[in-house]
Design a binder for this molecule. Structure first.
Ligand code: 6PG
Length: 254
C-alpha cells in the first residue's frame, strides 16, 4: 500500500516485511549520501518501535551493506538520564545496533547527559552539531536521515503536545521537563527536523492506529499533534507503518 495524497509517502507493510523494507531504505540512504557527499549523517530515535530495525541492521546481512567508517550517528532526542540507564536512548541504540557493528567511536555523537543540567546538556549537544556539520551562525544541520517515532499522544522526538518548544525557531537543540512522562527531555527542534534530506517515521502496532490516522488524515491540529509539524522544507517525508498501525487509514490515504 503506497500513496502520496497527504503530501508524504505512506508505505504500509505486513509486520514481517516492514523492518526489512526499512533496513533497505536506510542502506539506500547511506549509500546515496556517501556516494554524493562522502558521509552519511543519521539521527536516530528511541522508543520501542525502531528496536527491531536496529536489531536487523546489526546482523551481518545488513551491517555489511553500510560503510560505518563514513556513517555518523546522532540522537533526535534523549531522556535526561545517565547513558547506562535503562531509559537512555543512547543505551538502547548502542545495545541493539552500535555495539554490533564496526562504527568508529568518534562517529557516535550521543547527548552527554551525565554532565550538568538538562539545559547544559542541550547546549553542549547544539555545539556538537555545529562542529560536526561545520555550521555558521543561523545555519541548521542537514541530516541525511532523521528517523522518528510517534507517541500515542502525537509527540515525536521529544516535542510534546502544547509545548513551547514547538515555536522554537533558532535553537538546534532544547530541553524541557515533560510532565506527562515526569522526565527532562533533550530534543532536536523543528527547524532541524524540517531541514533533513529525509524524515522517516516508523510506527507499528494496533495501539498506534488511531494516532497515525489523526496525524496523517485527521484535522490539522499541530499543537495537539506535534508530528503534524514535521514537514521537511525540501527533503522527503516518508511514513513506514505495519498493517496494524495503518489499519485506521482510509485506503486512498495509504
Ligand atoms: C523517545 C522517543 C520518542 C518515541 C515515541 C514513540 O525517546 O521516547 O524518541 O519520540 O519515538 O515516544 O515511542 P514508542 O516507539 O515506544 O511507542
Amino acid at each position: 500500500m503506497a500513496g502520496g495524497s497527504l503530501g508524504c509517502n505512506i508505505l504500509a507493510f505486513p509486520e514481517m516485511t516492514l523492518f526489512r523494507e526499512a533496513a533497505k531504505r536506510v542502506v539506500e540512504l547511506a549509500r546515496g549520501a556517501i556516494a554524493e557527499r562522502g558521509h552519511f549523517m543519521a539521527a536516530l530515535c528511541g522508543g520501542n518501535d525502531p528496536r527491531p530495525l536496529y536489531a536487523l541492521l546489526a546482523t551481518p546481512e545488513w551491517s555489511n551493506q553500510i560503510n560505518w567508517a563514513r556513517t555518523h550517528v546522532f540522537w533526535g532526542d534523549e531522556r535526561f538520564v545517565p547513558p547506562d540507564n535503562d531509559a537512555s536512548n543512547f543505551r538502547m541504540v548502542n545495545e541493539t545496533l552500535l555495539s554490533h557493528v564496526s562504527i568508529p567511536l568518534q562517529n557516535i555523537h550521543r547527548v552527554l547527559t551525565e554532565l550538568g543540567t538538562a539545559q547544559e546538556a542541550a547546549a553542549a549537544y547544539e555545539r556538537k552539531l555545529k562542529d560536526a556539520f561545520n555550521l555558521q551562525d543561523r545555519e541548521f544541520p542537514q541530516f541525511d536521515l532523521m528517523l522518528l517515532g510517534l507517541g500515542e499522544n502525537g509527540h515525536t522526538a521529544s516535542l510534546f503536545p502544547y509545548s513551547a518548544l514547538l515555536d522554537e525557531k533558532e535553537r538546534l537543540v532544547a530541553s524541557e521537563f515533560v510532565k506527562e512522562v515526569e522526565q527532562w527531555r533533550i530534543t532536536m527542534t523543528l527547524p532541524v527536523l524540517n531541514n533533513s534530506r529525509e524524515v522517516l517515521f516508523l510506527a507499528t502496532g494496533a495501539r498506534k492506529a488511531e494516532i497515525v490516522n489523526d496525524v496523517l488524515a485527521g484535522r490539522f491540529s499541530p499543537r495537539q499533534y506535534p508530528a503534524q509539524l514535521v514537514r521537511p522544507k525540501s527533503g522527503d517525508l516518508v511514513w513506514m507503518l505495519d498493517t496494524p498501525a495503518a489499519s485506521c487509514l482510509k485506503k486512498d490515504a495509504a
